[in-house]
Design a binder for this molecule. Structure first.
Ligand code: SF4
Length: 321
């Protein structure tokens, strides 16, 4: 499989009155064409900031201060805002925002709102754009007649599917979905995930799926990246992460997922809270919460080690000093 996107040592910091918040602090990974990458971690671990960094939509006082993001051989962080907007944003990388269904404009029909983006970017007539809107709605499992509905006439799940249709409007090879099912009940959540899974197979696009809920991406992700306090702590195939997790934080996340089959086990939790990123702990940022911590853990940052082909872990339990 060939690489679609390569994130190299990317850093995004927020310059606040309290100090510099290192929300994304040296993250690297590769995403192949047609692959689904799940990015998981607790709230505040930097996963949404990473998504906004790839879209180059980091709000002030945030700033991308380092690293490269390579797509089609170009470092997209080096392009001017105008070049990126014309050539990449929505055309090649689009995004389904967190709670995006509430972002629909209440005074326009949903069909018009999707068509507007198509007309703006591709210069099509309204009739041509609407023809594509009908197809897109069908693709996400909505009756095309609903194109003429206003947002308040649709359920939460339908609005979220409209937002997915909007993200697909220009047929991008990469869609970033930032907690796309957060505000939905579990049944609708499953429907939206099934729509994404079906689209990914049919359109062969790549998806970066951001979630705080590892169990949600178990079925859809090919690879999983686990983030903690702005750092990537584990990366591997979904199988490697679920069946052979190596980082104590990943194990904690997996052990806190309720199981439906097998022996009934008491759920575990990770004690403590994620650190304040304006003043993170030295060494391994997870050390104040880790039951395996050693002396070195609070002094030096653990290097990233490949523990089996394609499976990377940043933990002193696996590194040689
Ligand atoms: Fe725990 Fe040390 Fe590994 Fe960090 S480096 S996860 S503190 S064992």
């Amino acid at each position: 499989m060939s690489t679609l996107l390569e994130v190299r040592d990317v850093k995004t910091y927020f310059y606040t009155m309290k100090g510099v918040v290192k929300a994304v602090d040296g993250i690297s990974f590769k995403l192949n064409k047609g692959e689904v990458l799940g990015i998981a971690g607790e709230s505040g671990c930097g996963k949404s900031t990473l998504a906004y960094t790839i879209m180059r939509l980091v709000p002030p006082p945030g700033k991308i201060v380092g690293g490269e993001i390579i797509m089609e051989g170009k470092n997209i962080l080096k392009l001017s805002e105008e070049e990126f907007r014309k050539q990449y944003r929505w055309k090649k990388i689009s995004m389904v925002f967190q709670g995006a269904m509430n972002a629909l404009n209440p005074v326009y029909t949903v069909g018009f709102q999707i068509a507007e983006a198509i007309m703006y970017h591709e210069g099509l007539s309204k009739r041509e754009a609407m023809a594509r809107v009908y197809k897109l709605l069908q693709l996400v499992g909505i009756d095309p007649k609903r194109a003429h509905s206003y947002p308040h006439e649709l359920s939460g799940g339908m609005k979220q599917r409209v937002m997915i249709a909007m993200a697909l409007a220009l047929n991008p090879p990469l869609v970033i979905a930032d907690e796309p099912t957060t505000a939905l009940d579990v049944v609708v959540q499953a429907q939206v995930m099934n729509v994404l899974k079906k689209l990914q197979r049919e359109l062969k696009m790549s998806i970066i799926m951001i979630t705080h809920d590892l169990s949600l991406i178990a079925e859809i992700a090919d690879k999983i990246a686990v983030l903690y306090a702005g750092k990537l702590v584990e990366f591997g195939t979904a199988e490697q992460i679920f069946l052979n997790p190596q980082h104590p934080y990943t194990r904690g996340l997996i052990n806190s997922i309720p199981r439906l089959r097998g022996d009934i086990k008491k759920l575990e939790w990770i004690p403590g809270l994620p650190p304040d990123l304006s003043n993170p702990p030295p060494g391994c940022r997870f050390h104040p919460r880790c039951k395996y911590r050693m002396d070195i853990c609070s002094k030096e940052e653990p290097p990233v080690v490949e523990v089996e082909p394609g499976h990377y872990v940043a933990c002193w339990l696996h590194a040689k000093k």
